[in-house]
Design a protein around this ligand. Structure first.
Ligand SMILES: *Cc1c(COP(=O)(O)O)cnc(C)c1O
Length: 384
């Protein structure tokens, strides 16, 4: 490996404040987690509804583990597709108001799986500049013409569409953007897609559970049907508090993915117990509206407090509330100082965000209390 100059590259990352390292968590995912034997207040989890460690979800997992064992034994198409998986697919189809749904082992795989099954050379994929890495990678891997339009900018998208000569075109966007917390202009995007004979794919990993009357995400909030958004994707690792992902849409879409999506076909099915636990979190997510309402109250409290402190928060009403810092070294130092005060907030640096866009990414959970938000604001005041 000598010629790869790995050590030099690692050293360069360190000097630029771009070196990444993992924290070892010694407790369940929760509002207070234990790091190095010390309890800290957690503001960086995507467990927005506090379901990752919910007793009913754990019980469903345990019961299903007793019934199905742990490993699913093979891919879905061989002998790994259990009644628990099948039931969850049907529940997700009903929940999203789509004809059918298909499970994937991770959201990353779902996005790569959809785009490379539907697109190839000669087609075009049009992506928002700030789309999640898995959508960008999926677009690139598909071999289609890869066009990125300016963030949430419908004029930029329309320009690119006008220039496209491809017959098959897919417009791809995050619902709630993962690093900015703002939302895509979905109603306009759906209209533009229809006018231009393009399909629209929405990845609402951060919207499901949080937005919409029943937690149906941005498409529910905007009342968009399968005809408007024919390819709808969501993940279970965030508000659902479990793991895995789904794609929902027409029967023909789902059958095409079953036949052609390599990350669906050539991988072991998620454990049945995960599917079963997810069915239970789906029920909680739909029925316990108080989680969404509480989250909204906490977000409003934070935004108001942050404005008073003069922090440069971004234009977001979601559970993702980034504070723009700019310089990576400064953001890392702030994050370190916050940790010393017992508050965990991570710095998000390039290449996850653009140069000069380094930020502290604060996320909220329905399990936070008003007093927790006050503790966060106090700590932020001290380190700013
Ligand atoms: C987290 C995330 C994914 C990836 O999902 P995993 O299940 O964690 O692989 C995809 N898209 C978006 C927008 C995400 O935030």
């Amino acid at each position: 490996m000598k010629d790869f100059a790995l050590e030099n590259e690692l050293e360069r990352l360190k000097q630029q404040g771009l070196y990444r390292s993992r924290r070892v968590i010694e407790s369940p995912q929760a509002i207070r987690i234990i790091i190095d034997g010390r309890k800290v207040l957690n503001f960086c989890s995507n467990d927005y509804l506090g379901l990752a460690n919910h007793p009913q979800v754990i019980a469903a997992f345990q019961q299903a583990a007793n019934q199905y064992g742990i490993g699913s034994g093979s891919a879905h198409l061989i002998c790994g597709h259990s009644t628990a998986h099948h039931a969850l697919e049907e529940e997700i189809a009903t929940f999203t108001g789509r004809e059918r749904a298909l499970l994937f082992s991770t959201g990353y795989m779902a996005n790569i799986g959809v785009l490379s099954a539907l697109l190839g050379r000669g087609d075009d994929v049009l992506e928002d500049k700030l789309n999640h890495a898995s959508l960008l990678d999926g677009g690139l891997l598909s071999g289609a013409g890869f066009k990125r339009y300016l963030h949430a900018n419908t004029e930029s998208l329309e320009q690119k569409l006008k220039r496209s000569k491809a017959v098959k075109k897919i417009i791809v966007t995050d619902g709630v953007f993962s690093m900015d917390g703002d939302v895509a202009p979905l109603v306009e995007l759906a209209n533009i897609a229809q006018q231009n004979d393009a399909a629209l794919m929405v990845d609402d990993a951060h919207g499901f559970g949080v937005l919409g009357q029943t937690g149906g995400g941005l498409v529910e909030h905007c009342a968009l049907t399968q005809a408007d958004v024919p390819i709808l994707m969501g993940t279970f690792g965030k508000a659902f508090g479990t793991a895995g992902a789904f794609v929902a849409g027409s029967n023909a879409l789902i059958e095409t993915l079953i036949q052609k999506s390599r990350p669906y076909i050539y991988t072991t099915a998620m454990p049945a117990a995960i599917a079963s636990a997810t069915s239970t979190s789906l029920e909680l997510l739909i029925n316990e509206c108080w989680r969404r309402e509480k989250l909204r109250t906490l977000i409003m409290q934070f935004k108001q407090g942050a404005k008073q402190l003069g922090l440069s928060i971004m234009d977001s009403n979601s559970a993702i509330q980034p504070i723009l810092v700019g310089d990576p070294q400064k953001a890392v130092a702030m994050s370190q100082n916050l940790l010393e005060l017992g508050v965990l907030v991570t710095a998000i640096r390039p290449p996850t965000v653009a140069k000069g866009q380094t930020r502290l990414r604060v996320t909220f959970s329905a399990n936070h209390q008003t007093s927790d938000v006050n503790s966060l604001l106090n700590a932020l005041e001290q380190v700013s």
